[in-house]
Design a protein around this ligand. Structure first.
Ligand code: PRP
Ligand code: MN
Ligand code: MG
Length: 179
């Protein structure tokens, strides 16, 4: 599988170092609170696991799965809930955890949803930010790495459901997706 990767964009070591840094930041930010960490399935799971190990306060974890239809012929995005939270959002400090913000549609939908559900606060932490892809106005509060406009896989990010289990972020060889 590694032979299908053209280049490693962010190494395993760099990711782990960043998780430590971001974890320390969140420990400070949520001191004396009990946030609800919401992982966005499936991409966010490796990052969520590594990041939250570095957060030294009590927190609660839950997951949400949404599907978005964008790109292709659609100009405006449409997001649907596939799996909702088990936890009540009202009055909670919500920390949304994402692997990547691309168009921003997934995240802007979730932020609006949690506002509607009367969260006390909503913050977003993302490992990757690809500003070139943005169509919805949304900004993460904490960003690991800003990346160029390239198709990346690994560490949660898939191409046709593969590569999520790579320990690094890489760029696929164009021949893999017929480019
Ligand atoms: C990917 C990624 C983000 C979202 C970002 O998830 O994990 O959740 O897209 O794109 P956006 O900013 O354009 O909305 P995807 O919907 O592919 O599901 P997955 O996490 O299960 O792969
Ligand atoms: Mn995702
Ligand atoms: Mg995906």
């Amino acid at each position: 599988m590694h032979s299908e990767i053209e280049k490693v964009l962010i190494s395993e070591e760099e990711i782990q170092e960043k998780c430590k840094e971001m974890g320390a930041h969140l420990t400070e930010e949520y001191k004396d609170r009990f946030p609800l960490a919401v992982g966005v399935l499936k991409g966010a799971t490796p990052f969520m696991a590594d990041l939250l190990k570095r957060v030294e306060i009590h927190l609660e974890m839950d997951f949400m799965d949404v599907s978005s239809y964008h790109g292709g012929t659609r100009s405006s995005g449409e997001v649907k809930i596939v799996k909702d939270l088990d936890t009540k959002v009202e009055g909670r400090d919500i920390l949304i955890i994402e692997d990547i913000i691309d168009s921003g549609l997934t995240l802007s939908y979730l932020v609006d949803l949690f506002k509607y559900r009367q969260a006390n606060s909503i913050k977003v932490v993302t490992l990757l930010d690809k500003p070139a892809g943005r169509t919805a106005y949304i900004k993460a509060d904490t960003i690991g790495f800003e990346i160029p406009d390239e198709f990346v896989v690994g560490y949660g990010l898939d191409y046709q459901e593969k590569y999520r289990n790579l320990p690094y972020i890489g760029i696929l060889k164009p021949e893999v997706y017929g480019g």
